[in-house]
Design a protein around this ligand. Structure first.
Ligand code: FES
Ligand SMILES: [Fe+2]
Length: 395
């Protein structure tokens, strides 16, 4: 991060996740992405931090992912620096060994009668489209939400990525329903698709969260689907494919109060070979953003072919709000109505959580794809519909 090392604004009900805060407890009730599958070959263990807590995430020798508490119950070192043995993890300090479900297996320097009930907290894990998801909320895990849009192999190549963002996660969630920013922060991407006029924005709550619909003067529409609490899905212009909109899903998961794990899964139609090549030498996009925020150079001066240029642009905008945005000092307008709806929904659910009342059960119809882009109706069909006295669907 730039010179700031402390949070620079007070946390609010959306941004505070550490220390058993309401938003952290709420997020923990959903499956969350925690890592990329490709970063864990069999036998790999790593220490990760999610929702304010450390965990040991490892892949057993047979390939199964496991997620357990990080702290060894003997004397508290991190288990992530231990050895993976089969489906178990052995602590490197004094050799205690636990299975993936948390059960104590060996206590080598202890007597045969040593307390066998010592175990780890273990968390359900599953892999989906190249991403490791975990459920950290305790009790039975909810049903896993699948995205048929991302499973469609005809829609392009599957590309899964993650970046660590140097600011509070809720700024990133809010940005996912902020259509206007696209026309400024990512201006050149939109312009390359001829999308230059600012749209009319509407938003409504749905069974899975909310949909933000943006209608343009040519009659085309984009639908952005925010899946409660912190995932979104839309078609997006990205650097890897200059000719087609990609199907783009992203989850914004708090690491702690001032940093965020952003996990993205895309379906990219024509992956540009030059973009793929440049990814091998990619400088971390947030490092570039930090240098811009530190005044070392401008957004115009950086490599415009960086494969994650949109991430750099977004990071400058959102880290520019501060490590934690000050929502009390804002002036919102009608173009922020999707943001307003998002906050109202979140506030309602957090209030219910605090008061121990039932929460809304968010769901998607299994297998049904959500509409994302509606092309402008062609002139002939509009004329025919008008002749027939029918209101065109896109009007
Ligand atoms: S701290 Fe893990 S075995 Fe001693
Ligand atoms: Fe953006």
């Amino acid at each position: 991060m730039n010179a700031e090392t402390q949070q620079d604004h007070p946390l609010d009900e959306f941004s505070a996740i550490d220390g058993n805060a309401d938003a952290g407890r709420y997020l923990a009730q959903f499956w969350q992405p925690v890592a990329l599958s490709r970063d864990y070959v069999p036998g790999t263990a790593k220490r990760i931090k999610i929702l304010g807590n450390h965990y040991t995430l490892y892949r057993g020798d047979e390939g199964e992912m496991q997620m357990v508490q990080d702290r060894c119950p003997h004397r508290g070192t991190s288990l992530a620096y231990g050895w993976v043995e089969g489906n178990c993890i052995r602590c490197r300090y004094h050799g205690w060994k636990f299975s993936g479900d948390g059960a104590g297996v060996e206590f080598p320097a202890e007597t045969a009668t040593y307390e066998r009930s010592i175990r780890l907290d273990a968390h359900p894990v599953r892999e989906y489209l190249g991403v490791v998801f975990a459920y950290l909320g305790g009790g039975e895990a909810p049903e896993f939400v699948r995205y048929p849009e991302l499973e469609d192999e005809d829609a392009g190549e599957l590309v899964s990525m993650s970046v660590t963002l140097p600011y509070n996660y809720f700024q990133r969630v809010e940005n996912d329903v902020d259509e206007v920013h696209i026309y400024y922060v990512h201006r050149e991407f939109m312009a390359s698709f001829g999308l230059v006029d600012l749209p009319r924005i509407t938003a409504k709550e749905t069974d899975y969260g909310l949909v933000c619909t943006t209608a343009r003067s040519d009659g085309s529409k984009f639908h952005t689907h925010l899946h409660m609490p912190n995932a979104f899905l839309r078609e997006a212009a990205i650097g890897q494919d200059k000719d087609n909109l990609a199907i783009h899903a992203a989850w914004r998961v708090p690491i702690d109060d001032v940093s965020t794990l952003s996990v993205m899964i895309d379906r990219v139609k024509n992956y540009d070979p030059a973009a793929r090549e440049s990814e091998k030498e990619m400088i971390d996009p947030t490092v570039i953003a930090e240098r811009i925020l530190a005044g070392e150079y401008t957004l115009e001066e950086i490599d415009q072919t960086h494969p994650l240029l949109p991430v750099i642009q977004d990071t400058v905008a959102m880290a520019g709000q501060g490590l934690v945005a000050d929502r009390k000092a804002e002036n919102l307008g009608q173009s922020d109505r999707a943001l307003g709806l998002l906050r109202r929904i979140w506030s309602r659910e957090l209030k219910a959580l605090r008061e121990e009342r039932p929460l809304k059960s968010w769901q998607r119809s299994p297998g049904a794809k959500l509409p994302m882009f509606e092309a402008a109706p062609d002139a002939e069909s509009v004329a025919a519909a008008v002749d027939a006295g029918v209101t065109p669907a896109n009007s």
